[in-house]
Design a protein around this ligand. Sequence first.
Ligand code: NI
Length: 192
Amino acid sequence: MTVKHEILTVGHPLLRERARDVDPDELASKEIQTLIDDLVDTMRAANGAGLAATQVGEMVRIAVIEVDHNPRYPYKPKIPLTVVVNPVIEPLDDELVEINEGCLSVPNLRGNVMRHVNVRVRHLDREGTAHDEVRRGLTAGTFQHECDHLDGRLFLDRVQDTTTLATWEQFERFHRKAFVERITAFVERVGS
Ligand code: NI
């Protein structure tokens, strides 16, 4: 049986700390493998697109990402379940996109942030295998959001125009249509 973790919310000091790297030997431990299973279960139970270990108060550089017809973000292209350990993100160019984001650690608030469109992501998976991939578009944004968590950063820190902040209810009412139109055209252009 897996234990569902409590998701820490903004104001909790651990959300503001940098997580430490996971040693390859430690990665194989029962403790870390159980944490990964719990992160996946907790993310799915909360309908998250991703969840970082820091969001459940575990200060290791591990995040899980999965998008499959997500009810919170129905416009997001699918991402198969991906476990990222010790991720390093590197922008490939200067292209940016403004994405309206939410976060399980910031209940009921969304806002616009600028994200790199094309990034190189290097990480280990849960077996310790190294991956080196290019991620683009909204998918790249999701990876940047989760990696930010591992550095103690929330999307709120990146909101430049605070007038874009909205509760999910008001987003639905006043902003969703225009955002989904813009971002759907973007996803079609970029392909993810
Ligand atoms: Ni988040």
